[in-house]
Design a protein. Structure first.
Lengths: 136, 130
């Protein structure tokens, strides 16, 4: 395995169901976690729906993979950038999203929120700061 | 410059694999390297050798196979995405008890780790998709 550490950003722009992009994106993130890179995720456009709480997929016969987001902290995926404008355009607020936390090893394992609300302009800065962007 | 290429959409339905192919060809002609091409989501369907487009249309899989042969490219199809969509190589068909395989020459099936590794090793990772 390479010792190079790059900044990876996984960009999620699509709703969790309807297409497979969101689910297969999460599969990449989980596999990628084994490579010890600096990982962030971005949620914008309909991608913000991926993080909503109370998802129930029984009636559509698809697997509800949303609980996996709460396990991301255990994979050291602790930076989930969510675009404020995308939330607002869809009538959503932070309250509609799952509570996703990670334990900060540099702060006595204090539980901290993984979701970071950013403006569209700030999201552009987040993207500009990356080495590798994989868009789904 | 060393490029890594991701193809996220299926052939014919979407132009992504054509654009990726043209990009790869242009990059190679410009003296650049392609460290790997990774096929994900419906992009894995590029790698079936059973596709028969009409005669006056391009044969996307054969284009990739020829390019791979000419430039010794590493064309990797994601195994998880491939299995969902019915793309199997000989080993996998045997292992899964299936009666056929369909992977074209020049393609190989491997895991998502190859995508991350490509991102680490390439100078630029370029995604072709929706």
């Amino acid at each position: 395995m390479s010792e190079t550490v790059k900044k990876f950003l996984y960009v999620n722009r699509k709703a969790p169901y309807g297409t497979i992009y969101a689910q297969e994106s999460l599969e990449v993130v989980l596999i990628g976690a084994a490579f010890d890179q600096d990982v962030s995720m971005a949620f914008l456009d309909d991608g913000v729906f991926q993080l909503t709480k109370g998802q129930d997929t029984k009636e559509i016969g698809l697997k509800n993979f949303s609980p996996t987001f709460r396990a991301l902290g255990d994979f050291e995926v602790t930076k989930l950038y969510v675009e404020k404008e995308s939330l607002a355009e869809r009538g959503l607020t932070l309250e509609d999203l799952q509570n996703i936390e990670y334990e900060d090893e540099d702060d006595d394992w204090a539980e901290k929120p993984s979701i970071r609300l950013v403006s569209r302009a700030e999201m552009a800065d987040v993207m500009a700061d990356q080495d590798v962007i994989l868009s789904f | 410059m060393k490029f890594g290429i991701v193809v996220n959409e299926g052939p014919y339905t979407h132009q992504a694999s054509d654009t990726a192919y043209n990009f790869a060809k242009a990059a190679l002609a410009g003296g650049h390297d392609i460290s790997r091409v990774f096929f994900y989501h419906d992009g894995v369907n590029v790698g079936t050798r059973l596709s028969i487009p009409p005669q006056d249309d391009r044969q996307i899989q054969e284009q990739w196979t020829a390019l791979a042969k000419e430039h010794d490219l590493d064309l990797v199809i994601c195994i998880a995405a491939a299995q969902r969509r019915g793309l199997l190589d000989e080993n996998e068909a045997t292992r899964q008890g299936k009666d056929a395989n369909n992977i074209a020459d020049g393609f190989r099936i491997s895991g998502l780790g190859q995508l991350i590794e490509m991102g680490i090793q390439a100078d630029r990772t370029v995604t072709f998709g929706d």
